[in-house]
Design a protein around this ligand. Structure first.
Ligand code: EPZ
Length: 417
């Protein structure tokens, strides 16, 4: 099993280009099913979750291959509409394929995506929205049997701004007759990227980034060449790494407008952050200060995906910071591992109180999930001695090569196969 070896104590100095966004490319890969023409995705990150999505596309009879950092997809050979249980279990966000398969094929079969490390990951909003558009969905024996001979546009109101449900309904609506309006839609930047991709293919989609997304269905869609937006959570990870270890870094291609709540908190903690069209520069000198309560919320609130990594950056801050995790039920699994490094964190329900300590010490620690694993790396940069991070396959789901990028930023980090 691969491991990440980090020797802490040194300040960071360096720059790195931010990879393409995982949570944008995954729904866009599903969206490629909406056209039989070739699609070229530029700046596509090489991630385990992208590999899993490529296996799903190939399992459906589609072609997909890499040319350098670009992924070329051709779905003209599509000859199936079911996703195997094994492939579904590899990546629970595979549910995002459902809307696109229904739009293209009029039917779909896939197993119920299980929960994950973060807790149960229901898809009731996806299914109720698709049924509202005319899909007949039965679940028997853990399988979803879906038929949608005629998807029809209408207004769908989401009871909460689910990212995945918004994306699934946008893709299904592209295959529906008439106009679909998604009310209380998620507003994440990845939704805007999906809209921009769909528009590049000739779709009529409006309102992404606001709470109301509108789709005029049945547009003839064609192929395109599309560049994936930069990954805001990867950028947040590297900013928190600089905050944790101290130093000065530059993140090429990072967009502060996608990260305003994260940069605001880091500035409050004492970091100096400057952003322009080329990227984000971050300088952190001296000990950080604790900050006002950090409450995770749907975009544009503080992103749940940055909770663990910010917590790791504040472990040696002056004072105490309260975190409130409002999106997922079980997103403090990294706390026990951080405590093994000397952190002082008290968890009670959705709240976690981080009291700054003078010193962290390196230790063997285990990744519990994707962002929890990244948090261990952020903490290790500030710890005295060596930290061995195990089970880093979790990290590989969302980061192309964390050790490579950390070294580019001046850290003493290496991947051990
Ligand atoms: C997306 O997950 C992201 N994943 C997550 O990133 C991210 O944490 C999350 O959005 C919130 O921003 C991808 O985009 C691939 P949701 P998603 O539907 O779509 C509940 C990472 O680390 N819910 O907005 O699954 C759900 O249980 C990952 O990159 C329902 O109850 O998130 C959760 O509590 C982790 N019923 C809340 O809504 C539903 O039908 C938000 O979920 C759907 C969701």
């Amino acid at each position: 099993m691969s491991q990440l070896l980090v020797r802490g104590g040194g300040r960071l100095k360096g720059e790195v280009a931010v990879q393409g966004a995982k949570n944008s490319v995954l729904p866009i890969l599903a969206a490629t099913l909406l056209t039989a023409d070739e699609v070229e995705l530029r700046g596509c990150p090489r991630l385990r979750d992208v590999d899993a999505s490529v296996r799903i596309l190939r399992g459906l009879g589609c072609e997909a291959h890499w040319e350098g950092g670009n992924l070329l997809v051709k779905t003209g050979g599509l000859n199936a509409w079911s996703i195997s249980d094994i492939l579904m279990r590899e990546m629970r966000s595979s549910a995002i394929f459902l809307g696109a398969i229904l739009a293209r094929c009029g039917q779909a079969e896939l197993s119920y995506p299980g929960g994950c490390e973060l807790g149960p990951r229901p898809i009731d909003l996806h299914l109720s929205g698709l049924r509202a558009l005319g899909a007949e969905i039965g679940d028997a024996g853990g399988m979803l049997h879906c038929k949608a001979p005629e998807l029809k546009g209408r207004e769908v109101v989401l009871s909460l701004p689910s990212v995945g449900a918004t994306e699934n309904l946008m893709l299904a609506a592209c295959g529906g007759s008439g106009v679909t309006t998604i009310a209380n839609a998620a507003r994440e930047p990845e939704i805007v990227d999906l809209q921009n991709f769909l528009r590049a293919c000739g779709a009529k989609v409006y309102g992404a980034g606001t709470s109301t997304v509108t789709v005029e269905g049945k547009q003839p869609l064609h192929g395109c060449t599309y560049t994936i937006m930069p990954d805001r959570i990867t950028a947040a990870t590297y900013l928190c790494a600089a905050a944790s270890a101290g130093g000065e870094i530059f993140l090429r291609g990072a967009r502060e407008d996608h990260l305003a709540t994260v940069t605001a908190v880091l500035r409050e903690a004492g970091c100096s952050i400057l952003a322009d069209e080329a990227g984000i520069a971050c300088t952190c000198q001296g000990r950080l200060q604790a900050v006002r309560p950090v409450r995770t919320a749907p975009y544009p609130g503080f992103p749940t995906d940055a909770q663990a990594i910010l917590m790791a950056a504040l472990l040696r801050s002056q004072g105490a910071t309260v975190f409130e995790e409002n999106i997922f039920e079980n997103r403090y699994r990294h706390v026990d591992e951080l405590t093994r490094m000397g952190a002082n964190i008290r968890v009670s329900g959705r709240a976690a109180v981080v009291t700054g300590v003078e010193t962290l010490h390196g230790a063997p620690v285990y990744c519990t999930d994707l962002r929890g694993g990244a948090a261990l790396c952020v903490a290790a940069l500030a710890a005295e001695g060596e930290t061995t991070i195990c089970e880093i396959s979790h990290i590989d789901r969302g980061y192309e090569d964390l050790a490579r990028d950390m070294r580019a930023l001046g850290a003493d980090a290496a991947r051990i196969e």
